[in-house]
Design a protein around this ligand. Structure first.
Ligand SMILES: *Cc1c(COP(=O)(O)O)cnc(C)c1O
Length: 389
């Protein structure tokens, strides 16, 4: 079945987005800031007890950051460059968390000198660097979680440590003069299995119990991101996510809930963006070949890197004429044979689609623009425009 645009955008949103794309050459991204605003307010209402730290890496555009600043969001930052940008927008350092567990000692000092006092860690060498360069800071320790099979973009292997190591690190943090503030986890981006939060929260409960016996009462649980955006395929609504996760927290912590932090990235901005691309060529590899290849001017290296391993299945939409649809192999414009977005996963588009027709990639507001190469094959980074529907 071809994609029905109204499953993804209201008529007003689509009109605003499409008319902006029509003013620009392809490829380009158009982000509807009204959708970002709605997502922020919605999450705030569903988790009234939590602080929202927007994960800047998902879409670091100044327009997005200013909007979230004005809505009262806090920010999860991964590098000194993101920090500079956020501070330059007048956001105070007490609204910032340094969430990257992989950092240079000089970067820790940089954050501390700028006033940031909340740091993530998951290893002893990093913790010792924090103690040296950020004396007295609040630290939270990231633990490993399960769920990489049910997340479309897993994040727990490179980051996090075993819960027993987290206990040792938080005890060491106290001995080093830091404030052992809490535990963090990330169940994996685009996490479809809500039960993964349950097992992660149970691990946090175990750690809290252990540390209470050692005289440390943890003050915060950072539950990371992982909430989904609407791509192809079924996902639960945010209602179900928030109800279930709140229930898990109540089961394990009752009324004695520590401060809860959420770090949404994808769910905050993903649905707000659309990539407009144009068909370059439609071709076959032999006269009897059954597969038709559709080459577009947007590809893995200018915005669509999350099609890697066909992980994220973006809905493709075309207004080309013709009632018949066909499954194409979809590839990008560069001279790299990795620049194929979908080969096994087929996405029906009109059979009569031809060079010059536009193909819209829906739900492309997260992990696209800032994830593109700077000039591979000479193609410039994909430009981004903003509208309000
Ligand atoms: C990437 C990241 C996030 C955002 O995750 P989403 O799944 O996009 O919501 C949150 N926290 C940390 C530490 C991250 O690295």
């Amino acid at each position: 079945m071809p994609v029905n645009i109204l499953d993804y955008y209201s008529a007003a949103e689509w009109n605003a987005i499409k008319s902006e794309t029509s003013r620009h050459p392809t490829p380009c991204i158009v982000v509807d800031l009204s959708i970002v605003e709605r997502k922020y307010r919605d999450l705030n209402t569903r988790f009234p007890f939590a602080s929202i730290y927007y994960a800047v890496k998902a879409n670091p555009a100044v327009e997005v950051l200013e909007l979230l600043r004005d809505l009262g969001s806090k920010f999860d930052i991964a590098s000194r460059y993101e920090l500079d940008r956020v501070l330059s927008l007048g956001i105070s350092p007490d609204r910032i968390s340094y969430g990257n567990t992989i950092k240079k000692r000089s970067d820790i000092k940089y954050f501390y000198d700028k006033g940031v006092r909340l740091f993530a860690t998951d290893s002893e060498p990093d913790l010792r660097n924090i103690a040296r360069e950020a004396p007295g800071a609040r630290v939270f320790c990231r633990i490993l979680t399960e769920g990489s099979e049910t997340a479309d973009w897993p994040l727990s292997r490179k980051f996090g440590c075993h819960p027993d190591m987290a206990i040792d690190l938080l005890l060491l943090a106290r001995d080093l003069g830091l404030t052992p503030a809490g535990i963090s986890f990330h169940v994996g981006s685009q996490q479809r299995e809500i039960g993964t939060w349950d097992s992660a929260i149970a691990k946090v409960r175990y750690i809290c119990n252990y540390l209470e016996d050692e005289g440390i009462k943890l003050q915060l649980i950072n539950m990371g991101g992982g909430f989904p955006a609407h791509y192809l395929g079924k996902i639960n609504s945010m209602d179900v996510y928030s109800e279930e996760i709140t229930r898990y927290l109540k089961e394990d912590f009752g009324d004695d809930l520590p401060e809860i932090i959420l770090e949404p990235g994808r769910s905050m901005v993903g649905e707000a963006g659309v990539i407009a691309s144009e068909v370059i060529l439609v071709s076959k590899k032999s006269s009897t070949g059954l597969d038709r290849w559709l080459y577009l001017d947007a590809g893995k290296f200018n915005g669509l890197i999350e099609t890697w391993d066909e992980s994220i299945k973006y809905p493709l939409y075309s207004e080309a004429r013709g009632e018949f649809c066909e499954d194409f192999i979809i590839a990008g414009p560069t001279c790299d044979s990795q620049d194929i977005m979908y080969e096994f996963y087929r996405n029906p588009l009109p059979s009569y689609i031809k060079p010059g027709d536009r193909v819209y990639w829906l739900s492309c507001g997260a992990y696209t623009a800032s994830y593109a190469s700077v000039e591979f094959n000479g193609f410039p980074p994909i430009p981004v425009y903003f509208v309000r529907s």
